[in-house]
Design a protein around this ligand. Structure first.
Ligand code: 3HC
Length: 668
């Protein structure tokens, strides 16, 4: 097997089975075949007294090969390989570094003993792919890590550290960070006398009551998802069924999930997110620019949040405001946010101080002269932005990237106010900017490839999921929001209520509907501020101070805990406008709300692609998942559109008189 990613070597009676399958040692067919052969070799060679399974490269097996899930199966499958390892009559030791995830974790559970470097992480993230550990993980984890940790790992999906794994009994020993193989070999020698320790023979540890407690505590977070409940059910099964029956239960649940649409959607997003980082038409010859210091203009909510991203990643920031009071307020909020994180134990006090020391507040735009990237985050008005970019053109050093955090405006027009449009691009952060994962990087007509590449690379460094968008009103995300809002408003005129429309969206899986979103963002956003000029429901609400949650009333009324209730005053305003519209008031079905608010979004997505404003359909899905809370188990609007079927969508759109994008129509 010369091409096998698996090699074996005997060291002093220990057979070392090594996988070398870059980038993440996924357990594809060739790896499984090699592992199976390695164990058989150990069994048939009397000179072998124990086995060490290890990986070359950056990580231990990071899981099953997800790309194989849609292909015909190749034997042996992973559950069989894990069983083969477990059934070995000589002790098998997993030597773990990097991330032992999913099937990788399950391979370690098939091994009889586990040793890991301190930086290693072990986890079962299958739930994030709409799945569960399907190679015995749900049955073996309660026997090694205990029920409580098992349910958290399986249903939550977050990996645990090597230290925690040692504490709960998931690993037996910590190795030196740089001496894993030597330490594993020494440990294997110790294990020879102990003999094999098949996990299936161990008793389940811990309190079964922790399962229900976990399920209750996470019910809200898991709303709409199938996989967490299936993971919980499997761990629960381990507490009451013999091992083999538990495995059979796990298999049935795994198969259900694997062939369901939720897992298909979540796997689609896994790859979509990674694909989004790739920029079409930029070759390996292009190199990113170096970013040592970032400048942020504006210390308001956006500017402050944007700054925190860089400070948290160890990149110094110069933040500029026009007035001392605003500057102090902005930096004060940054400190408060960091201190709140530290109070929750997610940051050390010295990290707070390090971040604050790396922040340089100033009132002088000239202080941005040493910045490699400058992000403008001021009021959303073209004239103001052009003025700032004109000034930056004179201040910024050559090669500095000049970015606008605009959410709608024309980057090319902004770029034209400088003598260096090749260095100008959009970096559209989503509020709260230090929390939301999405970043739209807007490529202007003249943006240089290396500037774009730098912004995309930097996004990854600060933990964002970045998507390249073209210049158009609202870019990808907000542009698709517009047809939804227009239709939602029309539906109000025809007899639907805000709560009915919002409920359809929440039932679909969105965190909130269009009117709840308006109340959260502020009904007065973009309002002309003239209470006598009332042209629509929104103007009327704004004129009477119904600005949303911040004033305790908007489309809804709010109590002091911000719980919404339908508002009689809002309904009266809606009714008055509806009467003027001369449209007959009628019962609106939930189906019509879907057809008129969600189908137009899919349609807009196709238009965006036709105009080349997004690189690929999956990028649009990434925008909506990470920027607007589209339920990940529905895979984003474009993936969902395919599931609904182009025929149905086109019929729905045409029924309601929409102009259908030609590429969508062609698919129907
Ligand atoms: N299968 C196939 N490809 C995978 C993969 C997997 N399990 N994990 C990662 N890759 C690919 C990525 O798509 C990416 O490909 P690309 O370069 O062509 O875009 C490449 O490997 C590198 O991945 P990342 O960019 O994500 O690298 P990072 O260093 O940022 O992260 C990682 C590494 C933490 C291992 C991350 O890749 C990850 O979380 N992977 C998925 C882990 C996972 O979900 N495992 C469970 C799989 S399901 C399973 O095991 C079922 C079993 O129970 C039966």
């Amino acid at each position: 097997m010369t091409d096998s990613p698996i090699t074996t070597e005997i060291h002093d009676g220990i057979l070392v089975i090594t996988s070398n399958n870059p980038p993440v040692n996924a357990l594809g067919a060739a790896v499984r075949i090699g592992l199976d052969a390695g164990i058989k070799e150990a069994m048939s060679n009397d000179a072998v007294k124990a086995v060490v399974i290890r990986c070359d490269g950056r990580t231990f097996f990071a899981g099953a090969d997800i790309t194989e899930f849609t292909k015909p199966p190749v034997m042996p499958m992973l559950p069989e390989v894990v069983d083969t390892i477990e059934a070995c009559t000589k002790p098998v030791i997993a030597a773990i570094h990097g991330t032992a995830l999913g099937g990788g974790c399950e391979v370690t559970l098939g091994c009889h003993y586990r040793i890991a470097v301190p930086s290693a992480k072990i986890g079962t993230p299958e739930v994030k792919l709409g799945l569960l550990p399907g190679a015995g993980g749900t049955q073996r984890l309660p026997r090694t890590a205990g029920i409580e940790t098992a349910v958290e790992m399986c249903a939550g999906g977050a990996p645990i550290s090597a230290a925690k794994a040692l504490e709960v009994g998931l690993i037996d020993k910590l190795a030196g960070e740089d001496t894993l193989l030597a330490d594993a070999l020494a440990f294997a020698q110790e294990c020879i006398a102990k003999g094999p320790r098949p996990t299936r023979n161990l008793p389940v540890k811990g309190d079964p009551a922790s399962i229900e407690a976990y399920a209750k505590a996470n019910a809200r977070k898991n709303r709409g998802f199938d996989a967490p409940a299936a993971n919980i059910a499997c761990v629960e099964a381990a507490t009451r069924l013999p091992f083999d029956e538990g495995i059979a239960f796990e298999r049935t649940e795994f198969t259900k999930l694997m062939f369901g649409t939720q897992s298909a959607a979540q796997r689609h997003i896994f790859f979509a997110e990674r694909q989004a980082q790739k920029i079409d038409g930029i070759g390996p010859d292009v190199q990113p620019r170096e970013i040592k210091r970032v400048g942020v203009i504006g210390a308001g909510t956006m500017g402050g949040g944007i700054s925190m991203n860089f400070l948290s990643a160890g990149i110094p920031v110069t933040i500029v405001e026009m007035k001392q009071e605003a500057l102090d307020k902005g930096t004060g909020i940054i400190r408060k946010n960091y201190e709140a994180t530290a109070a929750k134990g997610r940051m050390k006090p010295e990290q707070v101080e390090a971040a604050m020391t790396a922040l340089k507040p100033t009132l002088a735009l000239e202080d941005l002269a040493d910045c490699d990237l400058i992000i403008e985050a001021v009021f959303e008005q073209m004239e103001i932005k052009k003025d700032i970019f004109g000034k930056l053109d004179k201040i910024a050093k050559p090669g500095a990237i000049l970015a606008s955090n605009t959410s709608y405006l024309d980057i090319d027009e902004i770029a034209a106010s400088t003598s260096r449009p090749q260095d100008v691009l959009g970096m559209h952060f989503f509020s709260p900017a230090n929390v939301m994962k999405l970043l739209e990087v807007v490529r202007g007509a003249k943006t240089a490839p290396d500037a774009l590449m730098t912004a995309m690379g930097l996004a990854k460094k600060i933990g964002k999921v970045a998507v390249v968008a073209g210049v158009c009103h609202g870019f990808i995300g907000n542009r698709m929001l517009m047809p939804r809002q227009v239709e939602a408003n029309k539906l109000l005129m025809e007899g639907a209520t805000p709560q009915q429309i919002d409920k359809v969206h929440v039932d679909f899986g969105m965190p909130m509907g269009p009117f709840q979103m308006a109340d959260l963002a502020g009904v007065d956003i973009g309002w002309h501020r003239d209470p006598t000029r009332i042209e629509n429901v929104r103007d009327a609400l704004a004129a009477v101070g119904r600005w949303g949650q911040k004033t305790g009333k908007g489309y809804y009324d709010y109590d002091e805990k911000r719980n919404p209730t339908p508002s009689a005053e809002t309904q009266k305003i809606i009714d008055e406008f509806a009467a003027k519209s001369n449209l007959p008031k009628r019962e609106i079905s939930d189906e019509e709300i879907v057809e008129r608010t969600l189908y137009p979004m899919v349609n807009e997505g196709y238009l965006i692609l036709e105009e080349g404003k997004a690189q690929r359909a999956s990028d649009i899905d990434v925008v909506w998942i990470y920027g607007y809370g589209w339920p990940i188990y529905r895979g984003g609007p474009m993936f969902w559109g395919d599931l609904e079927g182009a025929k149905k969508i086109v019929a729905g759109l045409e029924k309601h008189g929409f102009a259908v994008a030609k590429t969508l129509k062609a698919k129907a």
